[in-house]
Ligand binder design. Structure first.
Ligand SMILES: Nc1ncnc2c1ncn2[C@@H]1O[C@H](COP(=O)(O)OP(=O)(O)O)[C@@H](O)[C@H]1O
Ligand SMILES: [Mg+2]
Length: 270
């Protein structure tokens, strides 16, 4: 990770060379995805460095959500979908990992906060119980620990039995992030997690993600370029289902190599 953090102004090729020594939490090779024979992702090859935040950016409809859904194989739940290429979690192909294990190790947080319609405590103990943990002390510890990780424990510790739906949007999203962490994933996928939130909540979520990256590998889709700049170690720019450019965030935003990246970033900034 150090290599990436310290490479202030390098371009994509150099970045790829330098980051070759950085361990990847996940790797994607020649990933293509079609819906009903319409190709949506075309031969994407990339990797997600461990304990880094990687942002996936690109115009609406370019395949960002499709990419995230491919990483934990939720994509196969969609009818008429065809997936080619390979995705590796560590050194294992994801299609060789039992689906339940894969979903546990690669957690997903959606755009709209979606807590279950019951108490915060039950939201956070739902998955651990599902996996067979019924020890009250253990469950209490998990609830406290994960809420603390998202900076919520002190804020809501007296309200753990209140319905999760009664909290603000930003708090609900943090409850969902905490819930995703209760199964000890390696990787956290977030699909535009801030798009429904106010400025104050966005900055709290960003602080949370920056804190979490020491323990987890984070992959975030965002349409907010300023956010990608603030958060990312690595950036991947997709357009029309193709990976146009990737690299360390500082370098890519300062000096995008590809005309299409420049055009996209210019369009965003107006
Ligand atoms: N379930 C689906 N069935 C058919 N087409 C889909 C489905 N989901 C997404 N698509 C199409 O795939 C393309 C990429 O979608 P998506 O991955 O959601 O893009 P993004 O998240 O970048 O906006 C779009 O053209 C979209 O209409
Ligand atoms: Mg999307």
């Amino acid at each position: 990770m150090e290599t990436i953090m310290n490479t202030e102004s390098i371009g994509t090729e150099e970045y790829v060379a330098r980051s070759a020594g950085t361990e990847a939490a996940m790797r994607v090779r020649e990933l293509s995805v079609s819906y009903d024979n319409k190709e949506t992702l075309h031969k994407i090859t990339t990797e997600f460095p461990k304990h880094c935040i990687t942002s996936i950016i690109g115009p609406s409809g370019c395949g960002k959500t499709t990419m995230l859904l491919s990483l934990n194989d939720l994509i196969r739940e969609i009818q008429g979908v065809k997936v080619e290429g390979e995705i590796l979690l560590g050194d294992k192909r994801t299609d060789a990992i039992p689906q339940e294990e894969l979903r546990r190790r690669v957690g997903l947080v959606f755009q709209t906060p979606m807590p279950f319609p019951f108490s915060v405590y039950k939201n956070l103990t739902y998955a651990p119980r599902y996996y067979g943990n019924h020890n009250k002390k253990d469950l209490d510890r998990i609830v406290k620990e994960k809420l603390a990780l998202v900076g919520l424990y002190d804020e809501i510790k007296t309200d753990l039995n209140k319905s999760a739906l009664k909290f603000s949007g930003g708090q609900q999203q943090r409850i969902c992030i905490a819930r995703a962490l209760t199964v000890e994933p390696d990787i956290l996928l977030l699909d535009e997690p801030c798009s429904a939130l106010d400025v104050r909540s966005i900055s709290v979520i960003e602080e949370t993600l920056l804190r979490l990256k020491s323990q987890y590998t984070i992959i975030i889709v965002t349409h907010n370029i300023a956010q990608a700049r603030r958060l990312s170690d690595k950036v991947i720019f997709l357009k029309d289902g193709r990976l146009i450019e990737e690299g360390d965030a500082a370098g890519l935003f300062r000096e995008p190599k590809e005309a299409e990246t420049r055009e996209f970033l210019r369009g965003i900034y107006g």
